[in-house]
Design a binder for this molecule. Sequence first.
Ligand code: NAD
Length: 463
Amino acid sequence: MANFTPVEEIPKIREELHRTFMSGKMRPISYRKEQLARLAYMIHEHADEFREALTADLGRSALETDFLDLRTTLHEITETYRNVEKWSKPDRPGFDFNWFLMSPSIRKDPKGVVLIMGPFNYPMLLILPPLAGALAAGCTVVIKPSELTVATSGLIAKLIPQYLDPDVCRVVMGGVPESTKLLELPWDHILYTGSGRVAKTVLTAAAKHLTPVTTELGGKNPVVIDPKSDLKLAARRLMWGKYTNCGQTCVAPDYVLLPQEIEEVFIKELLEVHSSFYPEGPKNSESYPRMVTKQHAARMKKLLDETQGKLVIGGEVDLDDRYVAPTILKDIHPDDALMEDEIFGPIMPIITVRNEDEAIELINSKDHALAVTVFSQDAAFRSKIFDNTRSGAAIANEMIIYHGTSGLPFGGVGPSGSGGATTGKYSFDVFTHNRASLVGRGFIDTIILNGRYPPHTAAKSKK
Ligand code: NAD
């Protein structure tokens, strides 16, 4: 691609950012705030271009982009701007009579030169708010957006140098060769958002330099439906959560677990929602997005060819249009092709289970998901599922939007991600070193700590 960064320039970029970091340019909070304000203005002043870019890349409506990428991204950056002074202040440990004279504190030091690599599915949200966190922490930063979202990543690469100081933030554009070169270099932290498969490469490369890494990955997110729950609400939220961004959402529902006795009535509710969401049919609807590439659509087609499940609705794939219909399948066996890996597309398998215990067993037979979701108005039912499973988040009666909930960490656990969360203050923390600090005072030796010095006489040990 014409706008990919030449591989031989990449080490120079890191070197320049390292020099800026060591020069102390990012130490003043006022300078960090200036960069954050510029980043917010960049989005604000080019919002329409971002909306158009996301329509080109993912076939999204402007409203979906506003709701899922733009507004949350701006909110995260402005919250970071507002809080950076507070977050950067040293913490003080609790009062301890033995130590208070040495003024123990925890400095909030920037880690250094950091690398942020992002996926294609939310190309603003998963790159720009973490960038804000890194700038707020006082780091210098390379961002590497996905090569698959050509329009949005291209826009980011064009605008960042116009708004941010190139001494502190640079964009590297590219695919595997450019990412591989980036990963050969020593970073002070890497934040990688993407698939578990590539995360193994990232972690292996980072291990060579002992570079700390935060991974934000995917997984199979189960949804458990309590038969006594509000099925209309569950159907509406589930359909929205699944088909938004054409199922290409890391926290989208992957599969649905419900008891046999409500399957028919629940499917009826799902079909009603389907007609109300796409009265003109999904293919003609401006509200229904597209897969990011033809190859991603072809992967869905392969899954549909391989599944043994029974088609309830959908199933149509048009590779040239990157179109995969919103699809529901039932009679899915736990060993079905759809139950192997994260689906990451608009196919929703429904699996019947005898009870919550069977649902829990099935969930626990898979890697820890990013989110376990329960539709239930019964607190005991919700607790039973949450207390007996593990996931990045435990969500009831909602889908996806918890990413934007102020103050909540967004991240996985184990195979769905580790090394910190990437929203708000959590993002600042990822790029911050909690540096222990003490100020020793000479007079302390005369009153308490003299005994430590040799000779270690019996008289001293009695003190
Ligand atoms: P991906 O792993 O293919 O790509 C992510 C990044 O890695 C891109 O910048 C890409 O250029 C780079 N990359 C790809 N192959 C590489 C290689 N061999 N060596 C080095 N770098 C390489 O992920 P994707 O397909 O863009 O995104 C989808 C995945 O991301 C899904 O699994 C989804 O669940 C996950 N995801 C997770 C979160 C989260 O916050 N936990 C958010 C969004 C997406």
